[in-house]
Design a protein around this ligand. Structure first.
Ligand code: FAD
Ligand code: PHB
Length: 394
């Protein structure tokens, strides 16, 4: 059995990028269909980002999905960098002339976007198997997929690839149509979500000779902690007790003494990678978010970089449909990449500053120590960090 439908914009991937774009376009009268490989429960089971910049928050409000974020999200005016047994604060608000970030989990944000899609009657097709874009270099692209025994076809004007790093969209571009830039780091982050009061009301990024650690949170009763681990480690190598023992070792004494631990409710390992594809367009296929670029999570840039892609793409598509103006679509890749690369630079720098690199020479180590010493000796260096962390303007 097979069926065929038409829409204006076919979106592959029902993560934050795809849902946000679909919701924003719907509100401007532009039709979309979102195809998601997994079930909604699966998508909402993934624990990922926690820190949002205000540009993202503004888009969530414009998408009529920001009410709960505004009620439950926590405004953070600063964070700490711990090293050599001490903690030094980065006062984001003072250093940026009033800017801050919002701590609100990606899982909750995705849930809010799904609710927004339901409220407006948006079409999100879950468990879509074998999704495949076709004829993307023509003016009549289409997407096919399978659900059980049924195959279906969606004809559209544009296909938007929001299907993350492992998605099919980028892979459907001919090899000579794109160029990739990549760095793989020799470690991963082991993350634990724990039902316990967070050890600190503000995030602590810790540099330690045993490896990096991060104390983050989701709410006053939900903690999110990470430690740097070798790529060969698996989740089964780490009991809750071993995890918290190692985390404590990497934190200043006063912090580890104050740590309250609770049972882990999620535990996962994420490899660290920097990746960019250029351009972010091939014919009438446009890539956005993790489908086009990945950063190591140290600078909290990944989801925020996805949001700026969606901002540019949303306005470009609205201009196309409402003003017959294609300049936004033509400039999309260039504009998005300009900001993406700044996020790449910052994430690479934060990662290099704070992690233990197994192959670092004594010279590399001295440079790393000096980078940190310089940071806290210069208001200008701190202001640069803060400006990047709260998010450069779109
Ligand atoms: P995804 O969230 O990957 O969504 C893609 C969707 O497409 C998925 O639902 C997937 O199931 C679907 N899909 C895949 N293949 C197909 C297919 N073939 N057909 C149909 N659908 C498909 N970012 C920040 O900004 N701040 C942070 O604090 C932060 N912390 C992080 C911590 C960790 C541990 C990790 C791993 C990431 C973190 N990030 C952070 C990054 C952030 O989570 C990602 O950048 C974000 O998920 C990107 O959203 P996306 O919608 O582009 O891609
Ligand atoms: C998180 O809370 O998951 C988190 C926060 C900050 C980061 C990365 C992850 O830089």
């Amino acid at each position: 059995m097979s069926s065929a439908t038409k829409t204006q914009v076919g979106i592959i991937g029902g993560g934050p990028s795809g849902l946000l774009l679909s919701q924003l376009l719907h509100l401007r009268g532009i039709e979309t269909i979102v195809l998601e490989k997994h079930s909604r429960e699966y998508v909402l089971g993934r624990i990922r980002a926690g820190v949002l910049e205000h540009g993202f928050a503004a888009l969530m409000r414009e998408a009529q999905a920001g009410d709960r974020m505004d009620r439950e999200g926590q405004i953070h005016e600063g964070f700490y960098i711990a090293h050599d047994g001490i903690r030094q604060r980065v006062d984001l608000k003072a250093l940026t002339g009033g800017n801050t970030v919002i701590v609100y989990g990606q899982t909750e944000l995705t849930r809010d976007l799904y609710e927004g899609r339901d409220r407006l009657g948006g079409v999100v097709i879950h468990n879509a198997e074998d999704v495949q874009p076709h004829d993307i270099d023509t003016s009549r692209p289409y997407v096919t997929y399978r659900q059980g025994d049924e195959t279906a076809r969606i004809d559209c004007n544009f296909v938007i690839g929001c299907d993350g790093f492992h998605g099919v969209s980028r892979q459907s571009i001919p090899k000579d149509g794109i160029r990739t830039f990549e760095r793989v780091y020799p470690f991963g982050w082991l993350g634990v979500l724990s039902r316990a009061r967070p050890v600190s009301p503000e995030l602590i990024y810790a540099k330690h000779e045993r490896g990096f650690a991060l104390c983050s949170l989701r709410s006053p009763t939900l903690s999110r902690y990470y430690i740097q681990v070798p790529l060969t480690d698996t989740v089964d190598d780490w009991s809750d007790e071993q995890f918290f023992d190692e985390l404590r070792r990497r934190l200043p004494g006063d912090v580890s003494e104050a740590m309250i631990t609770g049972p882990s409710i999620e535990k996962s390992i994420a490899p660290l990678r920097s990746f960019v594809v250029e351009p972010m367009r091939y014919g009438n296929l446009f890539l956005a978010g993790d489908a086009a670029h990945i950063v190591p999570p140290t600078g909290a840039r990944g989801l925020n970089s996805a949001a700026s892609d969606i901002y540019y793409l949303y306005h470009a598509l609205v201009d196309h449909y409402t003003k017959r103006d294609d300049s936004g679509l033509e400039n999309y890749s260039r504009r998005a990449l300009t900001r993406v690369w700044k996020g790449q630079r910052f994430s690479w720098w934060m990662t290099t500053l704070l992690h233990r690199f197994p192959d670092n020479s004594p010279f590399d180590q001295r440079l790393q120590e000096t980078d940190l010493a310089y940071l806290f000796s210069s208001q200008r260096a701190l202001a640069s960090l803060a400006e990047n962390y709260v998010g450069l303007p779109f």
